[in-house]
Each structure stands twice: as structure tokens, then as C-alpha cells.
Design a protein around this ligand. Sequence first.
Ligand code: ADP
Length: 470
Amino acid sequence: MRSPERTYSLKTKLSLHIAFVALLTVALIGVLSNVFIRRRFEDYIIQQQQQRAADILLRVEQQYDPASRAWDVGFLHAIGMYALRDGYILKVYDGRGEMLWDAEACDMASCMQIIEEVSQKMRTWEPSVEGTFAAKDFPLTSEGQVIGKLSISHFAPYFLSENDVLFLDALNAVFVGCGLFALALAVALGRILARNVSVPVGKAADVAKRMSAGDCAARIEDGSNIRELNELTLAVNHLARSICAQESLRKQLTADVAHELRTPLTTIGTHIEAMVEGVWAPTRERLASCYEEIVRIGRLVLDLESLARVESGNLKLDKTRVALREEAEKTLRNFETEIRASGLQASVVGDCRDVWVDRNRMQQVLTNLLSNAVKYTPSGGTIRVVLSETDDAILVVVEDDGIGIAQEDLPFVFERFYRAEKSRSRGAGGSGIGLAIVRSIVAAHGGRVEARSAPRRGSRFCVELPKPEA
Ligand code: ADP
């Protein structure tokens, strides 16, 4: 693996990313909503100004008296001056086109000041709006007759009043405030989230480091409420436990192998030493006893080899279609001599559909189970291999009515080198590995094996294999 030149803590990375995303989101929302709201606001202002122009027009028309065909110029002046204050420069003409009232003629100075003020403010507030004062003419009517013309001049396309600008400023302030608040909140929550993620990951890394330094007792104590992290924690703890178990199995195995080899080697050693020194005559029986011990060592080595192969984890199963009843009968025939010698009754009963298994391995399972049944059933006893099916499994049961296994030994009989009533099993030639091999092979086929037994009432080993598709 190539390590990057520079690394950052998960917390820093997560916090920075969250802050960046929050900043981007807030900026985007701020800009977009500002643009849209401003556009709507400009439309609204333009509409308001059109409405205001329509109001002025109506008010001006109301100053015409159709009966006397005369205008109330005093009121026109009031309307005009009032409109001027709001930025509207009016000119009113009568039907003949003669000027009735003109804001510029009336108060040129105020008009210039208004034009200058509005233009100046708009240049400051809305520099993007390239506007100017423009006049628009409206016909004045009374009872369907044109009675004159009104010219309204104002800063177009629109202009803002002080209140409008205050409103826009308040809006911007709200956007900026909300943005900053959201950003602060996002950063704070981001830091909490980053902490929630980085602490368990850091602990997992720590435990992994301690494990690699040989401390397999290291564990992560607290779980996380984030599912994936909790799974990581459980997986690391599980890994630590299985490394511990593997480690103690490894130590145990070495101790067991040493112990298993020591007894026959000592026996052979002392026997041969005595014969070499002339203490014992090398009789047939003594040599036969040494030979037996050598055979025992050979068997142990063979058993260990098969166990190592089966437990290596990369056990390759060469699966074929197998009729279990045939295999059981064949295996039983291999024990014919021992069965006859011990006066045992042995049979295969029941049947089941064909299964997809590794024939040789399955034969080994049957051989180990039958060999135990033969070994631990006194003469005159009965051994049965019973085949059957349940809804989702194929069952192969090897049962005998032999010496049985004590309850305290039963949970351990599948462990390597475990022998119930050690001296008795050793006498029967067992090394305590047969059932461990059975368990590993059955597990490799996706099945399981369990034992039931009672002392002097026999034993029953049930292998459960997954049922193949019909
Ligand atoms: P071994 O080679 O010693 O038989 P196994 O792993 O096959 O080793 O069996 C473990 C122990 O379980 C045996 O030592 C024996 O005490 C007990 N055992 C296994 N099968 C039987 C059985 N059918 N009847 C009584 N005891 C049994």
C-alpha cells in the first residue's frame, strides 16, 4: 500500500468538508433567494409606480368641471407639488394643448433637486439599473371627451424610496444573519458528527495496532449508535477474540502434540535402552510393544496432517453427486473384520436423496464416526447408521449402545486432542483428533454435527447437511 505524503485526522477532514458544504449551500441559497426576491420586488415596485401614475391621472381628471369646462388650477398645483415630493414631475395641458400647470415652471429649483437626488440615490443603491428621467403622456378625459393631456416624468424603469431601501437592507441582513447562523450550526453539528465518527474509528485503529503488537486482550468497550461503526466495533472485537482463540489454540496444539509424542517416545526410549544395556532381553513381545508405540505415533502424525489440511481454511471440496446410503454401506464394510471380531451388530437403515459433497471427505466423516462406534462399543453391542431427511436438511446419524460419554465430557469431544476418560481412549488407540476432523469437514460443507450420549447407554452423533435443491 502506498501511504500518502500528508495525512489529516478524520475529525479535521470531516469538519472541513461539512463546513465547506454548509458554506456552499448557505451561499447558494442566499444568492438564489436574493436574486429571485429582488426580481419579484422590482416587479412589485414597477407595478406600484404604474398604480401611482394611474392615481395621479384620476386625481387630475377630477379637477375638471365639465359644466363650466374649467379646471381647478389651485388643486392641480397641490396635486403636482404632492407628486413632486414623491419623485413625479407633472405637466398638465388643457384640450387646446395649452399648459395649465407645470412643475418645472412652478418650482424649477425643487424639480432639479428631485431629479438630482433620485438619480444620485439610484446610482448609489442600484448601480446596475441604468435609468434616467423619462416622461410619459396620458390623455385626460371627462365623460368620454378628451379634455387635455398629463405628462408624468419619473426615474424609469423604477426608482426606490427610502422605505424600499430599508426593506431591502433588512432583507439582506436577514439573509446574512440566517446564513451565518446556519453556517455556525452546521460547523457545530459537523464537529459533533465528526467526533462521533472519529472516536470509534480511532478506537478501532488503536485496538488493531495493539493487536498487531501482540496484545490480543485489547477490546473496544463502547459501541456506537452509527450502524456501520457499531459493526466495525463488533468486527474488531470479534477479530481480537478469534486471534486470542487462535493464539491459545496454537499454544495448546503445540503443548498437546508435545504431550502426545512424549508418552510413546518415552516408552520406546526406556524399552530400547533397557534392551541395549542388556537389562531386558529383546523378546518378541517387547519389540511388538515398541512397534505398537511407533504405529501410534504414525497414526497421530497422519491424523494431524489431515486435521491441518481440513482446518487450513482453504480446504478445496471436490463436490460430486453422492448417494449417502451407498457410501455408508461401503464404509461399514471396511470395518467388517473388527465388527465380526467384537461380535457387534451393525447396519445401515433409512435413505435420503443424493447430496453434493466431497466423496472422500464424507467417507472420512463416516469412517471416523464408525471407527469410534466400533472402538467404544463392547462386544455384543449394536451400531446403526440412520439416514433421513427433514424439510431443509439431510441427516446422517451414527449411533451405538456402547460405553457412552459422561455429560461433563460431551461439550468437548469435538475439540482437538480431547479424550473422555483419557486412559481408556488411549487404550482404544485414540488420539482425540477424529471428531475435530469430522466437525471441520461438516462445517466446510455448510452443515453441523452434534453429539448426544449417556454413560453406558450409548452415543448418537448426528451430522446435518444442507439439503440440495430438489
Ligand atoms: P479418538 O481418536 O480418541 O477417538 P475422537 O476425536 O474421535 O478421538 O473422539 C474424542 C473422544 O470422544 C474419544 O476419546 C472418546 O472418549 C469419545 N467418543 C467419541 N466417540 C465415541 C463413542 N461412539 N462412544 C463413546 N465415546 C466416544
